[in-house]
Structures are given as C-alpha cells and as structure tokens.
Design a protein around this ligand. Structure first.
Ligand code: NA7
Length: 564
C-alpha cells in the first residue's frame, strides 16, 4: 500500500493525492490511529483543523481547564515505555500538561510528518467505482483514500446561544471551547459566565480568583463532586507504575474505563448509617467514584435519591447563604444523569464577596447589550462574557462534515431521526468509514483514552484482516445495525440517563432529535461484544473482495457476507 504524491508546492510541502487512509482529527484518537496504521504499513494523512495536535486539549484552554479523570488513568496504555517515562505533576492534570503530553506523544512517535495542521475537512464522498473515499478540505485539497477514519471527538462542535445583540457588545467575549492562545486578563474586570456545566464550573473557580466581580448566569445547576486535586506524590505514581499493566487491564474491563471498586449492594437497601459511611468515604476519595460507589445509583431512582440527598447536604453545609445553596441544588435530574462535574472549590466560590449567582431559569437572558447583558429582571454591565454553553455533542462534529456514502446518501439524512451505527464503529451504506468513539459506543460514558485505544485496536485488526484476505470494503449489514440501535436504546433505558435534559440525549441543542446515543452497558461488556463479533468472522459486517463492485443496500449483500 503506497501513497501517490503531487508536488504542488514542491519539496518538503509535497502533498499526497492518494493514500491508504485519511484520519480526521489529531486529538488522542487520531494520534493513536496514525501510529497504529503506520505500523501496519499503510500510508496515512491526518487532517487537523487546529494549528496543533491535542484535540479537546488544544481548544479548551479556558482558565482552570482540567481533566476530570485522574492523570495516571487518562493516558495512553499502548506503550510501556511512554507510561513509565511520563511524569504527571498533579492527580488531575491541567489542560496545559495534557496538551504537552499530546505533543510529546506526537514527537516521540514521529507522528507530525503525516499530520496536516490548519486543515479542516469539508466533505467525504464515497466513489463507488473506485471504492475509495474522496476527501476534500476547506482549502480545496483533494485526497482519495481507501479508508476514512473519523477521530473528530465527541465534544468538539462548540455551540453558542442565539441571544440577540452580541454583535453590538463592546466588551470581550469568549467560548470556553474556542479559547484564544493569548493570555486573557480578568484582573479588575467585571466578568459574566453563562453556563454551569464542567467548563462553567472550572472557569468559575479560576476566574473568581482574579476578577473584580464575577456573575455566574445559571440556567440549570449541576451536581459537582470534589476532586481533592493536588500534587501527585512521586511514591504514589511509582507504585501504580509498578502495577500499571494490571491497572490498565482492570480499566479495560470496568464499567467506565476507570477501575473502581463497587460494593455490589443496593444503596436503598442498606442501613442508613452504613450508606452514610460509604458516601463519606467516596466523597473523601473524590471524583466519579462517588456515583460508582453503589452499582444501582444510576439504575434505580430511589437509590439515586439517597446519593443526591447526601450531596445536597454537602452543598448546604458549604455555601453560607441558604438561598444561594438552594439555587445551586439540582432539582430536575437524578444525580449523574447529566455529566457529573468534578471540582476543587466550586461551592466555596459562592462564599466570595466578588461572586454572584444569577438565576436565569426564572429570569432568562433576553439580550446581549452594548455594555453587557439584560435578563428579564435586570441589566448587568460586563467587561468580559464567557460562554461556557457547551457542544453539539457526539454526532455534531461528524455531521458538520458533508459525508456521502453509497448512492450519494448523505449521513445527515441517514441520521435525521438519530444516529444509526453498528457497535458505534461504522454505519451501513458507508463502506470503510470508521468512527472512533462514535454514537452507539460507550464513548462519553467512559474514560476516553480507554475507549479510543479499544476502538483503534479493533479497527486496525480488522483492516489487517482485510489486507490479508484481500477484502476491498467492509460495512455493517442493515439488520445488524438495526439490532444494535435497538440494543443501545434498551440498555440506555435500563438506566436513569434518559430522564435528564442533557447533551447525552441531544436536549441541549434546539431541534436536535432526542435520543440517548451512548452505549450504557459498560466498556468491559462492550469490549467483549466487539471481540466476539471479530471472532465470529466479523458477524454482522459485509466484506467485498478487491476488484468486486457491490451494492449493499439491504440484508442480501452481493458478496462475502459474514453472519446474520
Ligand atoms: P455543558 O455540560 O453542556 O454545559 C453547558 C452549560 O451551558 C449548561 O449549564 C447549560 O445549561 C448552559 N447553557 C447552554 N445554552 C444556554 C443558553 N442558551 N442559555 C443559558 N445557559 C445555557 O458543556 P461544558 O462545556 O460545560 O461541558 C461539556 C463536557 O466537556 C463536560 O460534560 C465534560 O465531559 C467535558 P442547561 O443545562 O442546558 O440548562
């Protein structure tokens, strides 16, 4: 498998017009995919719209941006040397440290030479005659590729509220997911933050320390659990590194890609004192552990209520003003069904004299003004507005690209009633198009690094098998896809997740189809399902042999059907 090049600009800037694989995105998924495909001997080009690698950690540079998964867990496991040599400085790493890690990986594995930065992909169109993908960038560059792999991430399409008046605003404004590279000063300024998800929570804590005054505009409060972040003791890191392989293996077969010990009991069924002790211990441990302490917290509303009640008492005990505490307590969703926030000092921030919480649920923002913004009840003069208003999650980044499969079918049309995938890996009618952490996989319900590695490993094994057996294309059968969509729905509805108006369900985007799309059965179970499919000769997928041209439009594909 070789790449053809055109020396459009000559010398070092030679661009390739035909490669074995195009990867879209140079975040953690794209970097690892490039590394693996290259080892397989494929020619690869990665298109990245940013001017650096790192994906999420390239874009989300807002003050206080930090990973909610512990550093030793939120890192690659594919290289023992990398694992051993990299030293994390804090228990939960800052954005800058994670970005430095991404850059280190790119350099250490010599990845940069196959990554085209500042290059957004505009369209991806399947050529049925050639059985290749025609990938066109925003700059008009065209590359054909046998495989197209989406590594666009689940939280990369930032969304802005459609308040009127923004163009007349005379102050500075920023979205947390598109933060500038230059330092932003808050000192002595009046700041407004809109949004109280993870980005709003983290930036509130950081900006409050600098601003003259900070107004936090809250539409919906979220539950936040303390991280108890701090320096990572060298001895603790060394101890974990001694046992890293076992730790990683436990993560791979865990519920969320992080090896937590659940006590195996039902929260609602244990004596109150016992439950209280358990919650106190989980609270003291910090992070997501809290909602994993009892296995039924995300399955049973009564059990969930016991955890919510515990956190509410913590909020009331922390926030001095009872009215502010009350406003900070979520009332519309079970704990954990909107993405849990993890903080260091969030509720305490509302005890500061320079911080005011504004309820925009009861008095919504009506307009941005030249000086700030106006709610139904009051006007606020603001020097800076920070939009921490989130993302068109999971499907948004993929559907921003004009993707067309067999017969010119547009992915956006195929998914008009919600995403349809087999295993979250691929979708019928779009041969050789793989999606890393796609909808229908555990994706956002998991430690992304664990899921990324699992998806990439599965895809690369599949591509290797295709090379060895002379297959030109692979795609899911419609029946297998329908069955999987049903499974994702059914498993999702055994949990409490669908009860929340969250970005997990698309509820944060006006007009978006409401559908709970991540697979909620756990990363361990999911891995076993994917492995079993591969072992059964890729059951539910259809391969076409090299040279054959087939049309796979139903469950009676022309050639080489595997299973079902
Ligand atoms: P989130 O979690 O989607 O949070 C967005 C916040 O912005 C949330 O509080 C929203 O309130 C609020 N929002 C969104 N649109 C509006 C409008 N129009 N008016 C007022 N408030 C609004 O995004 P994050 O960036 O914080 O976090 C995303 C993920 O990144 C996070 O979960 C981690 O996985 C990392 P709402 O709840 O919709 O009422």
């Amino acid at each position: 498998m070789q790449a053809k090049t055109s020396k459009r600009n000559g010398g070092a800037s030679a661009r390739r017009t035909s490669v074995d694989a195009v990867v879209i995105g140079a975040g953690f998924a794209g970097l690892y995919m490039l590394h693996r495909l290259r080892k397989l001997g494929l020619s690869v080009v990665v298109f990245e719209r940013g001017d650096g690698v790192g994906g999420t950690w390239y874009w989300n540079r807002y003050p206080g941006a930090r990973c909610d998964t512990e550093s030793m867990t939120y890192s690659y496991s594919f290289s023992g040397d990398l694992e051993q040599e990299w030293e994390w400085s804090e228990r939960y790493a800052l954005q800058s440290e994670i970005l430095a890690y991404a850059n280190h990986v790119a350099e250490r594995f010599d990845l940069l030479r196959d990554i085209e930065l500042n290059t957004a992909v505009r369209s991806v169109v399947f050529d049925e005659l050639e059985q290749t993908w025609q990938v066109t960038t925003e700059g008009g560059e065209k590359v054909s590729a046998r495989f197209c792999i989406s590594a666009v991430g689940c939280l990369s399409a930032a969304t802005m509220p459609d308040y009127p008046g923004l163009k007349d605003y005379t102050g500075e404004w920023y979205h947390t997911g598109r933060w500038p590279h230059e330092p932003v000063s808050f000192a002595g300024k009046r700041i407004g933050i809109i949004g109280t998800g993870s980005s709003g929570v983290q930036s509130t804590i950081a900006i409050a320390k600098e601003a003259a005054h900070l107004h936090v505009f809250q539409r919906t409060p979220n539950y936040s659990i303390p991280a108890w972040n701090g320096p990572l003791a060298r001895e603790d890191a060394a101890k974990l590194k001694e046992n890293y392989a076992a730790w990683r293996e436990a993560a791979r077969y865990s519920q969320i890609g992080i090896p937590f010990e659940s006590n195996g009991k039902s929260a609602k069924s244990v004596p109150v004192e016992e439950r209280e002790r358990e919650f106190e211990a989980a609270w003291a441990e910090g992070g997501f552990n809290f909602v994993m302490s009892y296995p039924d917290l995300l399955m049973d509303i009564e059990s969930n209520r016991t955890a919510a009640d515990f956190v509410e008492r913590k909020i009331r005990a922390t926030v001095n003003d009872p009215a502010v505490a009350d406003l900070l307590i979520p009332k519309d969703h079970p704990i954990g069904t909107k993405r849990l926030c993890v903080d260091t000092g969030y509720y305490e921030t509302f005890n500061r004299d320079n911080v005011t919480l504004v309820d925009i649920r009861n008095a919504p923002i009506e307009t941005i003004t030249a000086e700030g913004l106006r709610t139904r009840d009051a006007s606020y003069a603001l020097d800076v507005i920070v939009f921490a208003t989130g993302f068109d999650a999971i499907t948004g980044p993929l559907l921003k690209i004009d993707i067309r499969g067999r017969g010119g079918e547009r992915l956006v049309d195929k998914w008009a009633e919600g995403p349809r995938t087999y295993l979250g890996l691929a979708t019928a009618g779009f041969p050789n198009l793989f999606m890393i952490t796609g909808p229908g996989s555990p994706c956002v319900l998991s430690n992304m690094l664990t899921s990324i590695e699992q998806h990439v490993d599965w895809m690369v094994t599949c591509i290797e098998r295709m090379r060895d057996e002379g297959s030109a294309t692979i795609e899911p059968n419609v029946q297998a896809e329908d069955d999987w969509v049903k499974t994702v729905h059914e498993v999702g509805h055994t949990t409490l997740y669908p009860m929340a108006n969250s970005w997990y369900t698309g509820a944060n985007i006006p007009g978006k189809v409401r559908m709970f799309t991540p697979y909620a059965g756990g990363v361990g179970t999911y891995r076993q399902i994917c492995d079993a499919v591969a072992e059964k000769n890729y059951e539910g997928f259809t391969f076409t042999p090299t040279g054959a041209r087939s049309r796979v439009s139903d469950d009676r594909p022309a050639v080489q059907t595997q299973g079902r």
